[in-house]
Design a binder for this molecule. Sequence first.
Ligand code: CP
Length: 321
Amino acid sequence: MSNTMSLQHLLNINSLSAECILDIFARAQSIIDIGAHKKQIKNTLAEKTIALLFFENSTRTRISFELAAKRLGATVLNVDIQSSALSKGETVLDMLVNLQAMFCQMFVVRHRDNNFADNLAKELMVNLDNNAAAEKSATIINAGSGTAAHPSQALLDGLTILQEKKDFRALKIAIVGDIVHSRVAASQLALFAKLEVAEVRIIAPEMFLPRRVENKRVSVYNDLQTGLNEVDVVIALRAQKERWASASLDDATYIKQYCLTKQSLASARDDVIVLHPGPINRGIEIASDLADGKHSRIIQQVSNGVAVRMALLEMLAERSH
Ligand code: CP
């Protein structure tokens, strides 16, 4: 199988070529086709030790990276940040260098700081250059950084769309909700630009929209019904209240205008699919019957997450040899 992954780290979507993104989809799909995402029938990472460092809560991303690594035969460390020596003043870089000295090669990191993964990758490279005893390879995988990037989520969303719709360049995709605070939306917009999606619509009240939209294929809507007209894919986002600085929005007003319901999908294409990265807030950004209904691919996204993360781990490990 081809490997166009030329990167040491996975920090964002922008650093991946369209060809590499399609290779990740193809590898993830072949993992699904042989059932290797469900049980360990591959052993390609048997010599690797992978540490998960989550400074923010997670269900899907942390567990699917853990399962992905285990289903490739890797040793996995689920680092408990609360009980680590960080509380004694150790820096994260020193912690990573110590984990590396115990032959851990890959680090999956989530943090509220937008630049956390990027800075760690840079600092780690300097440290490796200066330290003769260190192994000369270490891989940082961004599992969510502030409002900036969540690349593996966008990739699993892309695979889910590809399984249903085949040609990105013919699609109209709507993203609804708290766009400006969403690292998922930031990575999805980067992914859809790389894949030349025909039209991306972002639909939200003014307070959830970015100040500027520079991509000519992205259009902005305040009205849900108008924005959903003839779309092939709708992605609902959670209101990221933990990232709001001062803004506030009354739940009842938001639900009335932006909660996705079966009725609000009436103007979309008949075969529209509905995605959500999770966690979902039922009755706020998406109605329960829509989340659980025939248009929803939310659970399919979660299953695809294991396969996409297996593909990513394999491709990054091959690159580091
Ligand atoms: N989609 C997502 O990142 O979910 P978690 O926060 O549960 O990882």
